[in-house]
Design a protein around this ligand. Structure first.
Ligand code: G3P
Length: 227
């Protein structure tokens, strides 16, 4: 399962990459605005520089008319380069834009997915990724995990290339549910990623091992000190 970082903060991205090689970064206009950088392309270029060349960078268009979305998407790819996935909301004119861009070979992530049908249509239009908003769906009284699973099932049954990119998680359990169902990718905010990958109880257990070893064998000793 691909795991992407859903944040645009350079420090957080670098800290997470220092601990584990993730598969890329996703952003949206709100996430970019939280960095305080009034030049979003500058922020995206900086992100591009701190993640590996083969990592994906997902960034969203702001336009709402089809032609404008297409123009904006092409501009973003020309500035940000390979491995850019342009996020197009699967609402309004988005589906038409996805269809045009996919035919021209631009990688598209259909975003702001709040139901199975828009996801299905975005997959049919040629999107590479489909981003259902799991936790936001839960907050609306729907079952976000189930909707992500249904999208995965219907898209695979139809034979479309698109993969679900589960998004909007508030806890590790929601993320793991994606994995259990064979969903191909998730994008997770740094706080939830920390709880997914790192565990204070396990870290304390390791500290205890070291402490016990040092009591017997000497401060700072490791197996390297013994033949
Ligand atoms: O990338 C967009 C999506 O993950 C939204 O997440 O936390 O704002 O619901 P959130």
């Amino acid at each position: 399962m691909l795991i992407l970082i859903d944040d645009a903060d350079l420090t957080k991205i670098e800290e997470l990459y220092a601990k584990y090689p993730y598969d890329g970064v996703t952003t949206n206009p709100t996430i970019l605005s939280k960095t305080g950088n009034p030049d979003p392309m500058d922020q995206l270029k900086k992100i591009r520089k701190v993640i590996p060349e083969d990592a994906m960078l997902h960034a969203q268009v702001l336009s709402v008319e089809t032609d404008d979305m297409v123009r904006e998407a092409k501009h973003m790819v020309s500035v940000l380069g390979e491995n850019t996935y342009v996020k197009i909301p699967a609402v309004g004119n988005g589906l038409k834009a996805i269809s045009i861009l996919a035919k021209e070979g631009i990688n598209v992530t259909a975003t702001a997915i709040y139901g199975v049908m828009p996801a299905f249509m975005a997959a049919k239009a040629g999107a590479k990724f489909l981003a259902p908003y799991v936790n936001r769906l839960d907050n609306l009284g729907y079952d976000g995990v189930q909707i992500a699973k249904d999208i995965h099932t219907i898209v695979k049954a139809a034979g479309y290339e698109a993969e679900v990119l589960g998004a909007s998680f508030k806890n590790s359990q929601q993320v793991l549910e994606m994995g259990k169902f064979g969903i191909g990718s998730v994008t997770v905010n740094p706080d939830t990623l920390s709880t997914l990958a790192f565990n204070g109880v396990a870290e304390n257990a390791v500290k205890d091992f070291i402490c016990d070893f040092e009591k017997c064998c000497g401060q700072g000793k490791t197996m390297l000190d013994f033949e």
